[in-house]
Design a protein around this ligand. Structure first.
Ligand code: SF4
Length: 155
């Protein structure tokens, strides 16, 4: 199946821990995270502007809407621009989830942190930890993985 997401939500979902702007927002973010984790999402269409997560957010009719474009909307648009630039994604295009995950994993922690600069959730550190976990999945060599398993008693 396909999912449509605004660019910076590709990163937010990595560190989601049940925080959000409202109950509806949290439920929609949780649904998205679970859907991606289920393995049923093969492709993601990148669409700047509101996605289903935004439509469940209490800010979308005011601070983030085009009519009342406030600081929160401007910040969200900037996070989108940074995400598109850093991951070299084109708005309106469809990408496989695995390709997107590879591009995110290829970011250094510093690059990841620069995209999120200014986000009110950044200080929680959960997105950065989610990014590191994704990097580990992609870049830990099989021999290191085996050593880790042995030392943790899993191998
Ligand atoms: S704050 Fe704005 S960009 Fe973020 S989820 Fe809410 S409507 Fe979307």
């Amino acid at each position: 199946m396909r999912l449509t997401l605004r660019p910076h939500h590709l990163l937010c979902r990595l560190g989601f821990q049940g925080y959000g702007y409202s109950l509806e927002f949290i439920q929609e973010m949780k649904r998205t995270v679970e859907l991606i984790a289920s393995g049923r999402v093969q492709n993601i269409i990148i669409r700047p502007g509101f996605d289903d997560i935004c439509l469940s957010c209490p800010h979308h009719e005011y601070e983030c809407s085009s009519r009342h474009y406030g600081p929160r909307g401007a910040a969200a648009a900037e996070f989108d621009r940074r995400t598109l630039r850093a991951l070299k994604l084109k708005p309106g295009y469809r990408y496989s989830l695995s390709e997107i995950n590879e591009r995110i994993a290829a970011l250094t922690p510093e690059e990841f942190s620069r995209i999120c600069t200014g986000c009110e959730w950044q200080s929680l550190g959960t997105c950065a930890r989610g990014h590191l976990a994704l990097r580990e999945q992609h870049f830990i060599s099989p021999s290191r993985r085996t050593r880790r398993k042995r030392s943790s008693g899993l191998g």
